[in-house]
Write a protein of this length. Structure first.
Length: 146
């Protein structure tokens, strides 16, 4: 069993888990993607305790996934927004959501769809080869040392 951190793991997945692997972290990032930026909104929508949310936000800001933007000076209050590093997590969240929708959706179907603002279409699973543009399945992929 792995410890809470992975200092001896030479693995990009383990290193990414150091940043976003805690359950609340992904739910906070999800909610910021969905347009919730203020502490109280995040606290209410996730059900997270204030102390845990404070710790998660501080961690995500320190890691450069979120940045704080002041919206009020007295008392000082901040909104949380995704950085480029945070926005790069969209495919991760979209694939995790699609997997959850496929295997754990409610009987009435998934609770949310990701829609293209421009045309109303829906986000599709597009894992493609950068050389030949083939759609890749797990059987098509082999791990190779970098």
């Amino acid at each position: 069993m792995l410890d809470r951190d992975y200092p001896d793991q030479v693995c990009s997945i383990a290193r990414a888990l150091e940043v976003i692997g805690q359950r609340w972290s992904l739910l906070v990032i999800r909610d910021v993607f969905l347009g919730r930026h203020r502490f109280d909104e995040l606290c209410t929508s996730t059900g997270i305790t204030r102390s845990v949310l404070t710790a998660r936000l501080a961690h995500l800001v320190a890691e450069g996934v979120l940045h704080r933007r002041p919206y009020q000076s007295r008392p000082q209050r901040f909104e949380y927004h995704l950085t480029d590093k945070g926005r790069a997590l969209l495919p991760v969240l979209a694939h995790l959501m699609a997997w959850g929708d496929r295997y754990y959706a409610e009987p009435d179907g998934p609770p949310l769809r990701l829609e293209h603002r421009g045309c109303g279409g829906h986000l599709q699973d597009r894992l493609r080869c950068d050389r030949c543009d083939d759609a890749l399945t797990p059987a098509d992929i082999r791990p190779r040392p970098a």
